[in-house]
Design a protein around this ligand. Structure first.
Ligand code: MOS
Length: 754
């Protein structure tokens, strides 16, 4: 609860270790486990009706007929909304008002662009009536052949990939370097489509109050969604209130507004009553984005001693027929290993699929499993331990830009992770270890990395005459613990105890917190809160130091320290007064200030900013049945300042579990004729469950980053997945001697090699 206020320097001289840095329990935890946290679908405004989506069962064509009469004749069905009767929108869903406004389907016509696209909405008095009504629509289609998967269409070079990166980038002459290399490898890796699979389905409760719109829906981007809806419905943003206090997981799938949310609002407009639309589990595999499948070709060259001379990382990716989103799967290669020649290239195909979008560590997760596998293969080719190989190809500066890193404690991650795991007892060759039951045992590792980003966010801080504080920002807690971390930063920024500070978030009428994504929310909103707190303390200090009646008179802002609800003279801490006294004497009931969190452009030009980590995995493989079990995992991460170590550990472990998933479990399987996802449910789309997850340990190493932002926060949301998938895949090779390059690793890849 100390704020060392010195406005002559950066106002960021926050003394660390009061609330920030404490392993506090999640503030919303009890509400969640007792069922008192109200998620979007828990809302029931008076007079509410239920809406159910009907979705296309073909990938491409048009809806030729729907039996609307049959649906409407069903008792309890109130209305059927199709492209023929849906209320008008002020903006075209196929328009592109900004690069983050992705095209979507809101019954604008009868076209079908992918299986799972909404083609009608049935509105009923009960969920059962609407569901039954939707099943009576008996759609008929005029179909065209579906273009599915990585080879379903002609390939082209995408205009840009990821967040606007060039689709081709070359540093040095890769082909010449490869030709001159003592060792070369070339390998092709594939990853399947991934779906977000958050526990909480997308849902919306929409109520029109005249031309005011009140909605409850889970979102990772409140104000962005508010702006998009304002454009679509032709009303001012301030007429739209979006409440999103709790999310049951986001994973990128709730980052952007999606068509079904607009359909819920349109349905409410059509019937003139509040409407709830909860998307059924199998309908989540379509209009909400997914991760593109990838086919990645890695060509690596190295000297006889195992120094990398070249890396070429090429990725084939898929986007939809009507939108451009290109998974930046090769991007990880720009940063991770030092090589004089590095090239990344892409091509893409358009498929009859919902538009792929951001999913858990976009680009980096699938890219990293390919790169980390290839590095392992090269280490093997050179006869060098995979960790030693990585250390000897350590990038001291970002290899493709030459920029120094703003901080990079990856070496410490390698060292400490390896020590805790016992890595150095690892035999170099595969198939050398068995456990007492005869299972093959393998050890593998991977390097984790994720960019340390910031977006733009705002916060407002208030100090009241009673000495309490309020901090507000329309921030999002997807389950990662953001509310708790932000409350910790808020308390420290105000020089107050946590229980004296109210932190408000999760609503669109609060200051714009930007988007909770890109692992940037804590850095962005944390900086905004920190700056808002410093600004309000600065105002208080101005009041006091200019007032002859104050013991702080004449001290100057820089001569004041905020601590435990009091401003104190820096040169004599026995002299000071409480916030309440300062406000009372000034005749104010409260004082407020705003702050923003923005990336520091100058720092970004000078430094490469990334989090790092090292993940070590042990697997056991049944030599007869090919079954793989991860038996232990250790991850060491360097991510700058850690606001709450308890929740950071939980996020890192969560990421590592998704890494296990990528390596061994998850895969959406598409029917090539219909374009339908055949395993669109949590029974058959495998994600790790408790029994799949062994002793996992994650820890952070000390890392001070003076450049990323005033608090030195680099973000932990997504990095856990990035080294982990490769570590597991490499451990499978070490156990079996079989290099599986098409993920997830399947039993069939390993069986019969006993
Ligand atoms: Mo994340 S995929 O940036 O929500």
């Amino acid at each position: 609860m100390t704020l060392e206020l010195d406005l002559t320097r950066d106002p960021a001289h926050l003394r660390h270790g009061s609330n920030i840095g404490q392993p506090l329990a999640r503030r919303d935890g009890v509400l969640k486990v007792t069922g008192r946290a109200r998620y979007a679908a828990d809302n029931h405004p008076r007079g509410m009706l239920f809406a159910v989506l009907a979705v296309a069962s073909v990938a491409r064509g048009r809806v030729a007929s729907l039996d609307i009469e049959a649906a409407k004749a069903h008792p309890g069905v109130v209305e059927v909304m199709t492209s023929a009767n849906r209320p008008p929108l002020a903006d075209d869903p196929d328009g592109k008002p900004n690069p983050f406004a992705f095209r979507f389907e809101a019954l604008q016509n009868d076209r079908v662009r992918y299986a799972g696209q909404p083609i009608a909405v049935v509105i009923g008095e009960t969920l059962e009536a609407a569901t039954e009504g939707a099943s009576l629509l008996s759609p008929r289609y005029e179909t065209e052949p579906a273009r599915i998967g990585l080879d379903g269409n002609e390939a082209y070079i995408p205009p840009v990939v990821g967040m606007g990166f060039p689709a081709e980038s070359r540093h040095g002459d890769v082909d010449a370097a490869l030709a001159g290399s003592a060792k070369t490898i070339e390998a092709i890796y594939e990853t399947p489509p991934h779906y977000h699979n958050a526990m909480e389905p997308h849902a919306i409760v929409a109520e029109w109050q005249g031309d005011r719109l009140v909605i409850d829906t889970p979102t990772q981007g409140l104000v962005m969604m508010q702006a998009r809806l304002a454009g679509l419905f032709g009303i001012p943003p301030e007429n739209i209130l979006i409440r999103s206090p709790y999310l049951g997981g986001g994973f990128g799938g709730k980052g952007l507004m999606a068509g079904p949310q607009v359909l819920g609002i349109l349905a409410a407009k059509l019937v003139g009553r509040p409407v709830k639309l909860v998307v059924r589990r199998e309908q989540l595999y379509g209009p909400f984005g997914h991760r593109s499948p990838t086919r990645q070709t890695l060509r690596l060259g190295a000297s006889a001693e195992g120094r990398l001379s070249a890396i070429h990382h090429h990725a084939r990716i898929v986007t939809s027929s009507f939108e451009d989103f290109y998974e930046s799967a090769a991007h990880v290669t720009h940063t991770l290993y030092a090589a004089p020649a590095i090239a990344t290239t892409y091509d893409a195909v358009r498929a009859d699929t919902g538009t792929p979008l951001f999913v858990r560590a976009p680009g980096i997760a699938p890219g990293s499993i390919a790169l980390e596998s290839a590095i392992d293969e090269m280490a093997e080719a050179c006869g060098i331990d995979p960790l030693a190989f990585r250390v000897q190809n350590y990038a001291e500066v970002e290899p493709t830009t030459g920029k120094p890193f703003s901080s990079k404690a990856l070496r410490e991650c390698y060292t400490q992770g390896a020590e805790r795991f016992g890595w150095w007892d690892r035999p170099l060759k595969p198939r050398m270890m068995r456990d007492k039951d005869g299972f093959l045992v393998g050890w593998g590792m991977g390097t984790a990395t994720f960019h340390a980003l910031m977006f733009a966010g705002q916060a407002r801080a208030v100090i009241r005459r009673d000495g309490s504080g309020v901090v507000e920002s329309g921030a999002h807690d997807m389950g990662q613990g953001a509310w708790t971390a932000f409350a910790q930063i808020a308390a420290d920024s105000l020089g107050l105890d946590l229980d004296q500070v109210t932190f408000k978030a999760g609503s669109s009428d609060l200051p714009d917190a930007g988007i909770a994504g890109g692992s940037a929310h804590t850095a962005t909103v944390g900086t905004a809160i920190h700056n808002a707190g410093a600004a309000v303390i600065g105002k208080l200090a101005e009041l006091a130091t200019a007032d002859r009646r104050s013991p702080l008179f004449g001290a100057g802002n820089a001569g004041v320290v905020a601590r435990a609800g009091r401003l104190l003279r820096r040169d004599d801490e026995s002299r000071g007064e409480s916030y309440g006294e300062i406000l009372a004497r000034a005749g104010l009931s409260e004082i407020e200030a705003s702050g923003s969190g923005l990336p520091d452009q100058a720092a970004n030009e000078h430094y490469a900013m990334h989090s790092h980590g090292a993940v070590f995995a042990e697997v056991k493989v049944d030599p007869d049945l090919g079954q793989v079990r991860v038996s232990r995992m250790i991850g060491a991460f360097a991510a700058g300042r850690i606001i709450n170590p308890k929740m950071v550990r939980s996020q890192l472990i969560g990421g590592m579990i998704w890494g296990v998933s990528l390596a061994l479990h998850e895969e959406a399987i598409t029917d090539r004729r219909s374009g339908r996802i055949m395993n669109a449910n949590l029974g058959e789309y495998h994600v790790p469950v408790n029994a799949d997850i062994p002793a996992i340990e994650a820890f952070t190493v000390e890392e001070v980053d003076p450049h990323v932002n005033p608090l030195g926060i680099k973000g932990v949301g997504e990095i856990g997945i990035t080294g982990s998938a490769g570590a597991v895949a490499n451990a499978v090779w070490h156990a079996t001697g079989i290099r599986v390059r098409r993920f997830p690793v399947r039993i069939g890849d390993l069986v019969g090699h006993g």
